[in-house]
Design a protein. Structure first.
Ligand SMILES: Cc1ncc(COP(=O)(O)O)c(C=O)c1O
Length: 433
């Protein structure tokens, strides 16, 4: 079935391992969590990916979230091609970032000022620096299981016990840097209160993914987020929402708008660039005015506000608005996950599916809503790996880890979702006792 000159995935992966560490340019792509050889894809269109072998898969990874309209949406493609015909990069003032910036401000009034950067990591890194500068404080408080990019100070997990000073998750992050990050369990007011009573006057900011979606989908109680808003205010700390996944995905104002909880500062990425390298950070003007050149906190970027990404992002948001994408995705995801659950039950498969707007996560059976790490049933990695490979045989591609979430796009029509459910029905046969 070969339809190209690339060779097979296996052969390409062998070659790649001589080029990149582990053969990949971002770790999850290596399939370490599910085993086997990563598939090499050569083409994306709508809800589908085509492998170098010429096989077509229904894709629920969607580049880990940016492609809310699916692969190569025709309107976004048109805008990108027009921009390619006009200019690629200026390193100077231009109207394209102004148009996207004004669009964001019109959607999200609490973003009084914003700065475009090229990745979510950069957005969070800048917010960490900004919050420490504006408060003159040392600590950031994050939550166990929340991912905020590979910023040194965010590559930490919980120490043993309730919560406490963190140790590093990655080699090369010094104890001094890791030690400036406090870690609490999600969904745990008591842990946060204790950290504030011990370190309160030194906590610059609390940072959270308001819908944590990097260790499975750990949907928080609204009251927990409101509690974070209150306790940060009481102690003169800032509240940062990392909406790199949820921003422009769960609604026009992200989770902040959906639940009407206003952070001081916010990070966006993924959907904002429609598949190109665009992210942003922003929030209160009095804080953002600390950023250079208005203020003393330095942050810059050669390709920041790259015009191709700006046009892709703006057109993505316009299309989302025009097609009422959030409403459509909400109802499609609810239907899809309900029917998926019925199939898990029919086959007595050891799975449950959680969803939040257009995000979903397949996990082991439990009678609790999973809100923090220790509630994740045992066997997640192994059970998911088995399901993943049986779905691949049915030409359905999920993100290759049981701790990653699935993403629906506007291109996942009811017909595509119906096809996916048929594939699940076939794949789940192997789980019958
Ligand atoms: C919530 C969150 N924050 C930050 C990041 C980092 O973004 P990037 O991969 O663009 O650096 C990610 C990436 O997955 C993310 O999910």
């Amino acid at each position: 079935m070969a339809s190209n000159n690339f060779g097979s995935s296996k052969e390409l992966f062998e070659r790649s391992q001589k080029v990149a560490p582990g053969g990949v340019h971002s770790p999850v792509r290596a399939f370490r969590s599910v085993g086997g050889t990563p598939i090499f894809f050569q083409k994306g269109q709508g809800a589908h990916l085509t492998s170098v072998e010429g096989d077509r898969y229904i894709d629920f990874c969607q580049s880990f979230g940016p492609l809310i309209l699916g692969h190569r949406n025709p309107e976004v493609q048109k805008a990108v091609l027009e921009m390619i015909d006009t200019a690629w990069s200026f390193g100077a003032c231009e109207p394209y970032s102004l148009a996207l910036g004004e669009k964001i401000k019109s959607w999200i009034p609490f973003v009084e000022r914003l700065r475009f950067v090229s990745s979510g990591t950069e957005a969070v890194m800048s917010l960490a620096r900004l919050s420490k500068a504006t408060t003159g404080r040392k600590y950031l408080l994050k939550f166990n299981g929340c991912y905020h990019g590979h910023v040194d100070s965010m590559l930490v997990k919980s120490g043993s016990g309730l919560a406490g000073l963190a140790s590093s998750d990655s080699a090369g992050v010094s104890q001094e840097i890791a030690g400036e990050t406090l870690v609490a369990e999600l969904d745990d007011e008591k842990a946060v209160t204790e950290l504030f009573s011990k370190y309160g006057s030194q906590i610059a900011a609390v940072i959270i993914e308001p819908v944590p979606a990097n260790y499975g989908l750990l949907i928080q109680r609204q009251e927990f987020l409101r509690f974070l808003r209150d306790i940060t205010k009481q102690h003169g700390s800032l509240l940062i929402f990392d909406e790199v996944i949820t921003g422009f995905r769960v609604g026009p104002q992200g989770l902040a708008g959906l639940w009407n909880i206003q952070p001081d500062l916010v990070a966006y990425g993924k959907v904002l660039g429609g598949g190109f390298n665009v992210a942003a950070y922003g929030g209160r003007q009095d804080l953002m005015d600390w950023i250079a050149p208005s203020g003393p906190v330095y942050q810059a970027g050669t390709l920041s506000a790259n015009p191709v990404g700006m046009r892709a992002g703006l057109t993505t948001l316009e299309q989302v608005e025009k097609n009422d994408v959030y409403t459509v995705l909400r109802s499609r995801t609810a239907m899809f996950t309900k029917e998926m659950q019925a199939l898990f039950d029919k086959h007595s498969a050891p799975f449950q599916v959680a969803h939040f707007e257009s995000l979903f996560w397949i996990h082991g059976r439990t009678d609790k809503t999973i809100r923090h790490l220790s509630q994740i049933p045992e066997g997640q990695k192994e059970n998911f790996a088995k399901l993943f490979h049986h779905l691949l045989q049915q030409r359905v591609y999920l993100a290759p880890s049981g701790y990653e979430v699935g993403f629906l796009s506007f291109a996942h029509t009811e017909a595509v979702l119906g096809e996916t459910l048929n594939a699940f029905d076939k794949a789940l046969g192997v789980f019958k006792a």
